[in-house]
Design a protein around this ligand. Structure first.
Ligand code: SF4
Length: 329
């Protein structure tokens, strides 16, 4: 029985955060004073698999993406990937690639074929300012390693005005000779990330800038896709924009989320959560909890006002207290 909400959206995609810690401290994702979960609060491998299997077998989920924090900080991440790959779903993983060299062969052998890698700059000093860690070379070398090992790479860049928007063209030009899919993400508001509407480099501005140098064609995206995808004619890779701030795409949203401590969120910006893990650990049936959570899904942006300049104060006041690092990309 598919999970359909009151706005007639059928949910096929599940994002599972398997850890809330990260080995980077990106300014747009992790607040300075972030506290982390204790080990016993985290879902175990068995609990991740049990919940995932229920969503796949009972509710027809066909896409699962593992996220974090940084999922490669879980020592059992390869085993979790193997268990999920056996469920015959489209499987992905979001990583900052810091320790990818340690896991790439294990992940590939376990059945992973696609990686979303967060990279916001090609400048080592700027990387250090954004991620608050001096690890640019290691990350970039690992991206190339994974690409050379045949992993499909989506490169996620959070574009922040006056911080890294001057690198957009360089990211696009990476797609000339590489079959990499670059995705530009509009800077979104989350607890503790100092968001301001004036810091958003918009979808329209991105296309304007790219169009001032390159011609490009719009590609057909999957109806539930978060991204609007383009290709410069004759180039191997693609670039895309995720325009949650200026052109949200909630009407076709098919995504649900589970946090590392087993709480269900029906939207990236949800302010209400459903604790599945405590119920599961009590041996309770969690299906009613899941269905009630989906039934409560807001039409747009988790019920937040639109991210317009004149609504900024309202948006910031109404935000969930949960920062991006413990929601997962
Ligand atoms: S903001 Fe929420 S409802 Fe809209 S697309 Fe994102 S997750 Fe879906």
């Amino acid at each position: 029985m598919p999970l359909q909400d009151l706005h007639s959206r059928t949910h096929r995609s599940l994002r599972i955060s398997v850890v809330d810690k990260c080995d980077l401290r990106c300014t747009y994702c992790m607040p300075e004073d972030q506290h982390f979960l204790k080990r016993e609060e985290l879902m175990t491998r068995e609990e991740v698999v049990t919940i995932a299997r229920l969503f796949v077998e009972r509710y027809g989920i066909t896409k699962i993406r593992l996220t974090g924090g940084e999922p490669l900080l879980r020592p059992d991440v390869v085993e979790i990937v193997r268990d999920l790959a056996a469920m015959r779903v489209k499987l992905g993983l979001t990583t900052n690639a810091v320790s990818l060299h340690k896991y790439i062969d294990g992940l590939a052998a376990a059945g992973l074929r696609s990686l979303n890698v967060s990279l916001d700059t090609f400048d080592a000093d700027r990387f250090k300012r954004i991620a608050r860690r001096d690890l640019y070379e290691q990350v970039w070398n690992n991206v190339r390693l994974a690409h050379d090992r045949g992993m499909h790479i989506k490169l996620n860049m959070v574009v922040m005005r006056g911080v890294n928007d001057d690198e957009i063209l360089r990211f696009v030009e990476l797609t000339e000779h590489n079959g990499i899919d670059v995705r530009f993400i509009e800077f979104m508001p989350f607890a503790g990330n100092h968001w301001g509407r004036d810091k958003v480099y918009t979808y329209a501005e991105m296309l304007g800038l790219i169009g001032s140098v390159h011609s490009f064609d719009r590609l057909n995206d999957d109806i539930n896709s978060t991204a609007k995808t383009y290709r410069v004619p004759g180039w191997r890779g693609t670039f895309a924009v995720i325009s949650t701030v200026t052109e949200p795409f909630c009407g076709s949203c098919d995504r649900l989320r589970i946090t590392a401590e087993g709480k269900m969120r029906n939207c990236l910006f949800a302010r209400e959560e459903t604790d599945l893990l405590s119920a599961l650990r009590r041996g309770d049936d969690i299906t009613e909890l899941i269905e009630a959570n989906v039934a409560a899904k807001h039409a747009m942006l988790g019920g937040l006002p639109p991210f317009k300049p004149e609504k900024q104060e309202e948006v910031l006041n109404d935000l969930s207290e949960r920062p991006m690092v413990s929601i997962g990309g």
